[in-house]
Design a protein around this ligand. Sequence first.
Ligand code: CU
Length: 177
Amino acid sequence: MCAHHLLNFYLNHHSSKLHIMTTQISALISLICIFINAFNPSIPATIEMENSNDKIEIVIESNDQMRFNLSEINVEQGQTVALTLKHMGKLPKAAMGHNWVLLRPNTDLASFAMSAMKAKDNEYVPVDAPEVIVNTILLGGGEKTTIEFEAPAPGTYSFICSFPGHYALMQGTFTVE
Ligand SMILES: [Cu+2]
């Protein structure tokens, strides 16, 4: 979008004595243009990002009836996943807290949920648990949160809410293709 091509054209049609100076001016203007473009917010790049397969945005809702609104989430290998968890209910976190915890394949959900119950100080996510790939914070009614992570290796994973007593109703599969 720089005007230096036009200027180049104009200058090149003047006397050859000016040629060296013309080249220098042209080079300087090119440099300025590169500099300006480097710091210019790039609108086309943003559009490209929205249309690309590099990123997927997922919204999952939870409620006071102890349910997620999705039981299956599908993403592709290599995608950045932006997952938003919403708590559509009114109950406080202490009574009806919800989170979203992504677990490694073949995790024993019942035994994981047992260890999660004991992790109240860490919002019911066991600290350093190898089963946990990623998790959100714990939400109360009316709250929402977003996490971003790279899709793990292809496979079928489980997600749950690890709040005590919730995983039996609040679980689903997360598939990476
Ligand atoms: Cu829950």
